[in-house]
Design a protein around this ligand. Structure first.
Ligand code: GLA
Length: 402
């Protein structure tokens, strides 16, 4: 079992340039990149008014772009080549939820237009666009937020940076909520948009205040472990979890007045558990409160260079997601539990769960043995491979000179 090789940006751009010429019989004029993200800790807290602690990674989505003088936007994705070139006119950006991945870019065009930045009015031109992502699709590394923020960058560039990073993140979340139908929080778009090399973002989703925390892991590296079990959030229990938390909070607030579970300490929660007279809702709420407090503790540990303690809190986060929030499943649990047995000082699922990816903090000199052992057990149990990547914590969206 070897870790996946990552192809260089130069090679990616040169291959995409040939593809662009084949598709559109012209050269691309600009190239852009937006990253994906991992979340180190603070899971399913962003719609509970709590803290998250994600970072952007060097895997992500690339776009080659040439403006043109008609009203049509043409987009081809090498990841979805079966859908060919997708076309929509700038003066009809209505979304049909059944249209699939094209709604991510189209939704961003619409979000800009709804805020008064309409390309057909101001510039009278469309685009030929080619996109390619090296984030495994549907794997919990935010391939959707990566596309949204990629188009945020392309469009912001056209209009002279009319939106700040946090504003672009909000537009992306709006697309996710209204055009895609996933009632997600702000974490993914914020992490992708505001990410900085070698730092993670401690974001308070209640106040939207954030702090950049340097990630210094000494002799350890972060390994991403992909279950290769896909899940679409639209079909998953994501929206259901969110509703359960709302119901639990409403029960507490029959006798108290908390704005969210993020506003509650563990002790306060303990005091009010008697109000939640439903075993499932109690577990969901316990995760929301404990994960938020755990995130603050974990960030404090990291700031004190207590990497071991940070790792143990990651483990606790997984346990809470496995037993209280019930969003892990056998594939993620196998990778995480095997990681614990094979030298990781911390491991947990990352992102929404229900399949997708986990992360592990592993001694750098043991990564080969680690991926072999964990990978072999995984393959033995499920009959297919997990993939392993080294996570490089990277910057947010950027233009690539071509
Ligand atoms: C998905 C959502 C985020 C967040 C995570 C769980 O990635 O898009 O807003 O809720 O799940 O932490």
């Amino acid at each position: 079992m070897v870790t996946k090789k990552v192809i260089s940006t130069n090679k990616i751009i040169s291959d995409l340039t040939s593809k662009f010429k084949d598709l559109y019989q012209q050269k691309p004029t600009k190239a852009y990149f937006a990253p994906g993200r991992i979340n180190l800790i603070g899971e399913h807290t962003d719609y509970n008014g709590g803290y998250v602690f994600p970072c952007a990674i060097s895997l992500g989505t690339y776009a080659l772009v040439t403006p043109k003088t008609d009203n049509q936007v043409k987009i081809y994705s090498t990841n979805f080549s079966d859908t060919g070139i997708n076309t929509f006119p700038l003066d009809d950006l209505n979304i049909n939820r059944d249209d699939g991945w094209i709604n991510y870019p189209k939704g961003m065009f619409k979000a800009f237009a709804d805020k008064g930045h309409q390309l057909d009015h101001q510039l009278d031109h469309g685009f030929n666009i080619l996109i390619y992502g090296n984030l495994p699709d549907g794997s919990g590394l935010s391939s959707s937020a990566s596309i949204e923020m990629l188009f945020g960058k392309i469009l912001n560039d056209q209009f002279g940076d009319v939106f700040s990073g946090p504003e672009l993140a909000k537009l992306g979340q709006h697309v996710e909520n209204t055009d895609i139908g996933v009632n997600s929080g702000i974490m993914d778009q914020y992490a992708v948009e505001m990410g900085q090399k070698n730092t993670a973002i401690l974001l308070d989703t209640n106040t939207m205040k954030s702090d950049l925390v340097p990630i210094k892991l000494g002799n350890y590296k972060i390994v991403i472990m992909n279950t290769n079990k896909k899940r679409g959030l639209k079909d998953s229990k994501y929206n259901e979890r969110r509703k359960e938390c709302e119901e639990a909070l409403a029960l507490v607030n029959k006798v108290a007045d908390f704005s969210s579970f993020g506003a509650m300490s563990n002790d306060e929660f303990d005091e009010y558990t008697y109000t939640i007279n439903n075993a499932t809702l109690l577990k969901r709420a316990r995760h929301a409160v404990s994960e938020n407090q755990r995130t603050l503790r974990a960030v404090k540990a990291l700031r004190n260079n207590a990497v071991d303690e940070f790792g143990r809190l990651m483990n606790a986060s997984h346990i809470s997601l496995e037993y209280d929030y019930e969003v892990t499943g056998p594939n993620l649990d196998t990778l995480v539990h095997e990681a614990w047995k094979n030298g990781a000082i911390g491991a947990r699922m990352t992102g929404a769960g229900f399949g997708g990816c986990a992360i592990a903090i592993v001694p750098a000199d043991q990564i080969d043995r680690f991926t072999k052992n964990v990978g072999d057990t995984y393959n033995y149990r499920f009959g297919y491979d997990a993939d392993f990547y080294i996570a490089n914590i990277a910057d947010g969206p950027r233009e690539i000179q071509i």
